[in-house]
Design a protein around this ligand. Structure first.
Ligand SMILES: C[S@@+](CC[C@H](N)C(=O)[O-])C[C@H]1O[C@@H](n2cnc3c(N)ncnc32)[C@H](O)[C@@H]1O
Length: 498
């Protein structure tokens, strides 16, 4: 990491050139090492770092700016980076400054940002951007070259871009197989066609490259706005490379991330967040797959575990589980028929995608319509319950939560195995949740809380352990049993004791 005024950064600047068709193919040269930056769900930075270590074998650094991690890779690992399940957006770092000394006045600061554009060591980052684009196109071509993106109303990222742009029109990134998996004749033909297309596009690119600069700024001691920084730095980038600015149809997106005195300049490697990877049928509160993945890792699914999402909505959590932790079995339920339909559609969509690729299409997941307060499930038969509860804002109401949460926790305690069962529950209604847990007569013990940001709301992911206490013996359970009718509850308990 450099500090401001680092001479090595200034020295490399003289050799920086805009990419042209004459530039060497980065895949044919030696490997280069770069730093990759990734935005991840806030609160799950350590989970993401763990995944990077596991899958890429390198240590990730967690940024002071929440929701970001950085890790080094050699270019042969680039396709693996796109298979990480905890990352939302990826970029390659051009340069980073831990303690950028911003000038006092706005004018001086903006002037300095302009000067910076021509001093940055762009070459390696641009090579990685080019290689990344080749990987994406290959993958897109195999899919038929017209992969479309589902527009969603999923929770948006907590990072605000200074300049808004429409989504690019490039195909999706590799999600389940890497380009290294290729080998069939059809694919070889596709690749040679791709090369032709590549060279045509490279020629076009040599004519004019379109770009935009996006500034993400956090901190209250800056004399400038993110718009001003993006505008002035962008102007200097344009002049330096002779690129054309285009806010919507850009080939390349330069990122200027400023968090207090930390400044990172990068080039985006994803046009849209990777969190949309599984969902084609969105609902009003669809959870990001990246957050689902973090929640799943928290409960450490084991082979043959029975895992329930009793309020599954679009099925984002159990679907992520069935794909990434496929040795467990998932049951996705909801009381709303539209939600159940969406889950079924999402499962079918993934199965079809797999079948099209020639992969086994079956997923260890089933769907059911039910009411969580009265599950058609045997007592003590479930290993893990993982769900995203209605916050009482976009879904349900705060008032209803005072009845819903205790009855959910009680029914979850009934079906969950005493002594070993776990629950991972997401809610923003922290007060109601804490009260409901405290009134569960010791059936649940809180082990850990991860604070997350869900669409701008500060929420908690609670890891609970089912204690060894027997269900139905606390005053609260007895009271609840009376309310529901003793016969029904006793029948279920008897079945569980078989
Ligand atoms: C926050 S949403 C879940 C969103 C889901 N994680 C997703 O990604 O789409 C909560 C869900 O709980 C369901 N729900 C509310 N009360 C319920 C109940 N008593 N039994 C079952 N589901 C219920 C709602 O229909 C809603 O789909």
């Amino acid at each position: 990491m450099s500090s401001q005024g680092d001479e090595s950064a200034e020295q490399t600047s003289s050799s920086v050139e805009a990419p042209t068709s004459a530039e060497a193919d980065p895949t044919s040269g030696g490997l280069i090492t770069v730093t990759i930056g990734a935005t991840v769900p806030t609160g799950f930075e350590h989970t993401a770092a763990e995944e990077v270590k596991e899958k890429i074998g390198v240590d990730a650094r967690i940024s002071k700016d929440r929701g970001r991690i950085y890790f080094p890779i050699t270019t042969d690992k680039l396709s693996q980076v796109h298979l990480l399940c905890s990352v939302d957006n990826l970029f390659v770092v051009v340069e980073e400054y831990d303690h950028y000394q911003f000038k006092e006045s706005k004018e001086e600061t903006l002037n300095e940002l302009q000067e910076l554009a021509s001093k940055l060591p762009w070459t390696n980052a641009l090579e990685v951007w080019r290689l990344n684009r080749t990987l994406k196109k290959r993958k897109g071509h195999r899919k038929g070259g017209n992969a479309t993106r589902a527009k969603s109303n999923a929770e948006s990222s907590d990072v605000a871009a200074a300049a808004e742009g429409a989504e690019g029109a490039q195909p999706e990134l590799p999600q389940e197989t890497s380009p290294a998996d290729s080998g069939t004749q059809a694919e070889i033909t596709a690749d040679s066609e791709m090369c032709q297309q590549d060279s045509q596009e490279t020629a076009a690119e040599a004519k004019v490259m379109k770009f935009r600069v996006t500034c993400n700024r956090a901190g209250d001691r800056h004399s400038f706005s993110s718009n001003e920084a993006a505008r002035d730095f962008g102007g200097a980038v344009q002049e330096f490379f002779q690129w054309k600015a285009d806010m919507t149809k850009f080939d390349i997106e330069v990122l200027l991330n400023i968090h207090n005195e930390e400044v990172v300049i990068g080039i985006a490697l994803t046009e849209e967040s990777l969190h949309r990877r599984n969902i084609s049928h969105f609902g009003p509160t669809t959870l990001r797959s990246t957050l689902c993945y973090g929640m799943l890792r928290l409960c450490k699914p084991q082979a043959s575990d029975v895992i329930l999402d009793p309020m599954c909505g679009t099925g984002a959590i159990p679907l992520e589980g069935a794909i990434e932790f496929s040795e467990s079995f998932y049951i996705a339920g909801d009381n709303n028929d539209m939600a159940v339909n969406r889950t079924v559609n999402n499962i079918c969509h993934i199965q079809k995608r797999r079948a099209d690729k020639g992969s086994p299409s079956g997923l260890p997941i089933d769907t059911v319509q039910w009411d969580l307060s009265n599950l058609p499930v045997r007592t003590s038969s479930v290993d893990i319950i993982i769900t995203d509860m209605p916050f009482g804002k976009r879904m349900g109401s705060r008032k209803k939560n005072w009845d819903l949460y205790p009855s959910c926790l009680r029914e979850m305690a009934r079906v969950c195995r005493p002594g070993s069962g776990k629950a991972v529950l997401l809610t923003q209604d922290k007060k109601c949740f804490a009260k409901a847990v405290s009134r569960m007569g010791g059936l649940w013990r809180k082990l850990h809380t991860v604070w997350v940001n869900v669409g701008g709301l500060h929420a908690g992911v609670y890891l609970l352990k089912r204690t060894a206490a027997v269900f139905g013996q606390t005053p609260e359970d007895v009271y609840e049993s009376r309310g529901k009718g003793d016969t029904q509850t006793n029948e279920r308990d008897d079945k569980g004791l078989d």
